[in-house]
Design a protein around this ligand. Structure first.
Ligand code: IMP
Ligand code: MG
Length: 189
């Protein structure tokens, strides 16, 4: 086992990549795209499902920018490689309502390798929603190893470790109003 040193937040720096104003402007544009999509398919409401904890801030900004009526719910999941080297999905908190026949929009913070969503999306699809779409604020497209594509993407970002606007490092930095690259002390320039 290699030793994994955990750093205190005060020892790290965050290099701003997406300032708060840019995030706010993009959320408005995304909401307009999403409204147009649901108007086009005749949906009169959306079930907006946030994936905890990372998507919590984006989810709350997005719901207030949408004109389409929304009802909200949350899921909390984790993914791991099981004993047969197959992907396993642990659902820590599930949606409380039956999604059959409903227009569901899953709201994520970031798609990295795509591992988690490659297991979560089919599980939700099995519950026979009228429509299941995926919206993510960040897409680390160059890190993708599993076939997952978001329908609505805020920003395509480089393969760096990002924090803020819900994203964490050891549960820290979620409350930053911007998104930035985490610079650990041994990499400080
Ligand atoms: P994936 O299954 O590899 O797509 O990654 C899933 C989860 O890893 C995301 O929903 C995040 O919670 C976390 N994650 C991936 N990249 C980052 C990052 O740059 N900063 C913080 N969390 C990340
Ligand atoms: Mg997440």
């Amino acid at each position: 086992m290699t030793e994994h040193k955990e750093f205190r937040p005060g020892d790290c720096r965050v290099r701003i990549l997406l300032p708060a104003e840019e995030l706010a402007a993009r959320v408005q544009q995304l909401a307009a795209e999403i409204d147009a999509y649901y108007a086009g398919c005749g949906a009169d409401e959306i079930l907006l499902v946030g994936v905890l904890k990372g998507a919590s801030i984006f989810h709350s900004d997005l719901m207030r920018a949408l004109k389409t009526p929304v009802r909200i719910d949350f899921m909390q999941v984790s993914s791991y490689i099981g004993q047969q080297s197959s992907g396993e999905l642990a659902i820590h908190k599930d949606i409380l309502v039956d999604i059959a026949g409903r227009h569901v929009l899953l709201v994520e913070d970031i798609i990295d390798t795509g591992f988690t969503l490659s297991m979560l999306m089919p599980r939700l699809q099995q519950r026979q929603p009228a429509d299941l779409k995926l919206c993510t604020v960040l897409d680390k497209r160059e890190a993708r190893r599993y076939d997952v594509q978001a329908d609505f993407v805020g920003f395509v970002v480089p393969d760096k470790f990002l924090v803020g606007y819900g994203l964490d490092y050891n549960e820290y930095f979620r409350s930053l109003p911007y998104i930035g690259e985490l610079i650990l002390p041994d990499r400080a320039e």
